[in-house]
Design a protein around this ligand. Structure first.
Ligand code: NZQ
Ligand code: ZN
Length: 381
């Protein structure tokens, strides 16, 4: 194991009725003015907004609304939120939504505390925020695990980059599977595929033999696949949604990552594809993963063989990649670039740009070249 320091920042309240039961108490240590941040309106349709605002009022909080956070949140939206937080002297930011709302709030929390441009500070000066407005998350769509880590993925439209940034980690996360009841079936499956991807990407990085992280990652993969299959039988199986909600948090709460190297090359490709197309994150991953894994399967044959045996019940590394591809088809996820909802046509020229601007993971299983990334993306057309 590599050296590590581990501390856990987020308190989790899991289960039906968790917001009603715990939100007031979770907010008690913080100031009076709460920024209530949410997305494009699902929370208003499903009653979550009303429930949360009434809890906030009951707790004597002054509510500042920050609405319209889009999927794949933009840096421009971050600036809007930060300006509002400063203007209203916000004491606490409550993100109510999926990964996009939570990520946007994590960066708003940091940007509101500095006059420096956070993107420039992190990407060019390699400095990280020292101060943040405390924030918490009420999860309404699971998959990313954003509620339990201090990273955020933001699209800088001007620079055509979708990139991970260091940010505020939520002080608490409310995970009520009932809050995900109205999430459309395809989003539930796309989110769950993101979870599966996180566990695979972590596991495929270099690790000591027989380390616990590999074993836990495999357990999360297996459990995610099992519950995704349950949802195919009954999309309203709330027990399965609850299981997936915790799988999601477990895969990205950093516990899998301590003491080891991770891969995350599929994520780098998907993020950059997202910067150009605004495609759904989980769906982009579903398209890219099999093609990427066909390229690297010979670089980590034992690891792929274990995925095959323990997750899909097949007997070789190559069969594991085929089984993953078959599982993606079984779930009805997109398998080709043309099936992704994109704001522009996905042409070879566009994929060349995606490949050339894609971050290359310098570790493993094998460092790719930009040409090979282009080849992989073209194999998904
Ligand atoms: O905007 P609204 O109207 O709320 O609709 C959302 C959105 O359209 C809808 N939704 C959410 N809760 C709902 C609901 N619809 C009905 N009922 C509910 N209860 O779901 C749609 C998708 O939401 P979004 O937050 O965009 O999805 P997701 O949770 O998959 O987040 C994706 C973002 O997270 C980033 C991705 O790159 C992407 O930008 N990621 C963040 C990570 C992290 N911070 O750890 C890790 C991931 O790898 C990922 O990169
Ligand atoms: Zn992801």
């Amino acid at each position: 194991m590599k050296q590590f320091v581990y501390e856990y920042a987020t308190k989790v309240y899991f289960g039906e009725g968790a917001a009603k039961k715990y939100l007031e108490q979770a907010l008690a240590p913080y100031g009076k003015t709460v920024m209530l941040a949410y997305g494009g309106g699902s929370v208003k349709k499903n009653g979550i907004y009303e429930e949360i605002t009434s809890i906030l009022k009951q707790a004597g909080k002054t509510v500042v609304d920050f609405s319209g956070i889009m999927s794949n949140p933009t840096y421009e939206k971050v600036q809007e939120g930060a300006a509002l937080a400063k203007q209203e002297h916000v004491d606490f930011i409550l993100a109510v939504g999926g990964g996009s709302v939570i990520d946007c709030c994590k960066i708003v929390a940091a940007q509101a505390k500095t006059e420096e441009d956070l993107w420039e500070m992190e990407m060019e000066k390699h400095l990280f925020p020292a101060q943040v407005i405390p924030m918490g998350a009420v999860v309404t769509a699971s998959g990313t695990g954003a509620e339990m880590n201090g990273g955020a993925v933001i699209t800088n439209e001007e620079k055509k980059m979708k990139s991970g940034m260091a940010a505020a980690a939520p002080r608490f996360a409310i995970l009520d599977p009932e809050y995900t009841r109205s999430v459309p079936a395809m989003q539930v499956i796309s989110g769950a595929f993101d979870t599966l991807s996180h566990a695979m990407e972590t596991y495929l990085g270099n690790s000591d033999r027989d380390n616990v992280s590999d074993d836990v990652a495999l357990a999360i993969m297996k459990n995610t696949v099992t519950n995704m299959r349950r949802l195919q039988k009954d999309v309203n199986d709330m027990q399965a949604r609850g299981n997936l909600m915790w799988d999601s948090a477990m895969a990205e709460n950093s516990i899998l990552k301590v003491g080891r190297v991770t891969d995350f090359q599929a994520h780098q490709m998907e993020h950059q594809l997202g910067a150009y197309t605004d495609c759904n994150h989980g769906q982009g991953l579903a398209v890219i993963h099999p093609a990427y894994y066909r390229h690297i399967v010979k670089d980590a044959p034992e690891k792929f063989a274990r995925i095959g045996k323990e997750v899909f019940g097949v007997n070789s590394a190559e069969a594991a990649v085929d089984a993953l591809a078959a599982f993606i088809r079984e779930c009805g996820l997109p398998t080709r670039m043309g099936e992704l909802k994109s704001r522009v046509e996905i042409t070879p020229e566009l994929l060349r740009q995606v490949a050339d601007t894609c971050n290359v993971i310098k570790s493993n299983p094998r460092e790719l070249t930009h040409d090979e990334i282009y080849q992989i993306l073209m194999e998904c057309v």
